[in-house]
Design a protein around this ligand. Sequence first.
Ligand SMILES: Nc1ncnc2c1ncn2[C@@H]1O[C@H](COP(=O)(O)OP(=O)(O)O)[C@@H](O)[C@H]1O
Ligand SMILES: [Mg+2]
Length: 288
Amino acid sequence: MPARIIALANQKGGVGKTTTTVNLAAALAERSKRVLILDFDPQANATSGLGLAKTEGRSLYPVLLGEKPIEELITETAVPRLSIVPAEVNLAGAEVDIPQMDRYLQKLRDAVRPLAETSRFDLIFVDCPPSLGILTMNALTASDSILLPIQCEYYALEGLSVMIRLIDQIRNSGANPNLEIEGILMTMYDQRTNLSNQVVQQVVEHFQDKVYEILIPRSVRVSEAPSYGQPVLLYDRNCTGANAYRQLAREFIAREKARNQPKPAEAVEPAQPATPAESADSKSAANE
Ligand SMILES: Nc1ncnc2c1ncn2[C@@H]1O[C@H](COP(=O)(O)OP(=O)(O)O)[C@@H](O)[C@H]1O
Ligand SMILES: [Mg+2]
């Protein structure tokens, strides 16, 4: 089976994209999945968070330009079964160079799809930068699905609707008609605050079962782990943050299994028309 390619994206910074990429990948590797992280952010936080040095020339930049095969950049990490294609600051140049090229939305897809077709990895995670620029657009064009980490804070829903519109654009433009929503993950949840609870409630109202049941708690151990170059699952094996990411891995795998067993009823039922009371955003989510 080809690897599934999943973009972790949100145009906002600091919402937990990189933390989720690293820790969900580590938790899935713990469960015997072979996972490759593509660090697609010039800030290279996934690279340093996994204890690797940022090295000039070692990023997807030459791969996007067609100057290097992606295989040359695959680097093993301290976590068994978890590999990474690292990033470094020159990757930012791609935002300038790629738009001049033909098929500029397809650069990552062209590089990574052949790798996905080999049976080397089960999952390929793309850790996106906090913007809606060329890199994020390339990630969404290359991916089978998008996992959206959302911080439990005001304006979470507004930020989410921007992403949902972008997903619709990518689908409708023909760049990637089959892009799915893998799931929506609530991060930095603080059960003591009404705000956290209200935000979760609102997001669940709009996106129902797209939202993972596990809420990733705000945890000091999670925020400390990257400075030791480790996923929290290694840094403090049994802290609440590590266990939350293990729970996420369980849900992730359960959804994969459910997806692979299509319900017979689905094939015959016509698509439900959206009710007028629903917002545009909830419609696009319901159509997933
Ligand atoms: N569950 C959490 N608890 C505490 N701190 C967190 C948690 N998730 C992320 N952080 C911290 O928040 C900051 C932003 O997270 P990060 O994953 O880098 O976001 P993004 O990749 O979306 O910019 C980092 O300093 C990270 O360590
Ligand atoms: Mg990041």
